[in-house]
Write a protein that binds this ligand. Sequence first.
Ligand code: ASP
Length: 309
Amino acid sequence: MKNPALAIHGGAGTISRNNLSSEKERQYREALADALASGRELLTSGAHALDVVERCVRVLEDCPLFNAGRGSVFTHEGTHEMDASVMRGDTLAAGAVAGVHGVKNPVSLARHVMENTRHVMLCGEGALAYAREAGLEMMPEDWFFSAFRHAQWQDARKDGDVRLDHAGDRKFGTVGAVALDRAGNLAAATSTGGMTNKRSGRVGDTPLVGAGTYANNQTCAVSCTGDGEYFIRAVAAYDLACLMQYGNYSLEEAARKVIMEKIKTAGGEGGLIAIDASGHIVLPFNSEGMYRGWWREGEPPKTGIYRDE
Ligand code: ASP
């Protein structure tokens, strides 16, 4: 029997006390605390880590503050294209969707693909047809509309820029969760709207198993956020697990190597959350801040945004 533990993120980037009002900060902390609480409740009642990461990511997808689900950013064409994935560390089963719209909780669609098809990933219209067939909850496009995201997209279009979530700043609002359950199982889930003003059809690291998401009971569970293209080229989440498995790195050393050395040296910005089979948690980021929360049984839940906390 293990002491369950959990970590979540709501994206990394240029997040500092200077550019976040105290009201916004309160809202973010509350949203992170809500997601953590829903995961804790499941973990303490003995749920599987997969149920826990799905639940946490659903809560974050439903919160318009984050760039996933309801709060997804706009593509260049003014549409939403969401990516998500899940992986369980006991069986190495994985599921993912890319470029979907109208699906309320893409993470649950990814899980559905994992559990009910012979495939790992579905994308675009095929994924949507599957979502309808499977009875996933769909929402009208205006559910995904936010004036803030719209203004952000208009700004990015004006400059001909592809941006990571936030006008003026670089902020990644992707959400993710990693968990260790009482039975010793690990799981990871990640969900995103991608990058503001991205080309239609662009797929980031989030739905790519091994890049943005990975879980293996032998090593760790990982969920990434940041410049997706860098995380894809680095095969970041799997690289972290490999450093542990083949290089005998600790979770901490491996996470540091990937985020502070490999991704950073290549020019990529971002961070990740990871948890190992003993319940150690790391939440490194090479950007100014990262929305994050973590909890271990017997300890109070914690949230963090800035570097110095
Ligand atoms: N990694 C995501 C992507 O490139 C962006 C993010 O983390 O917000 O799609």
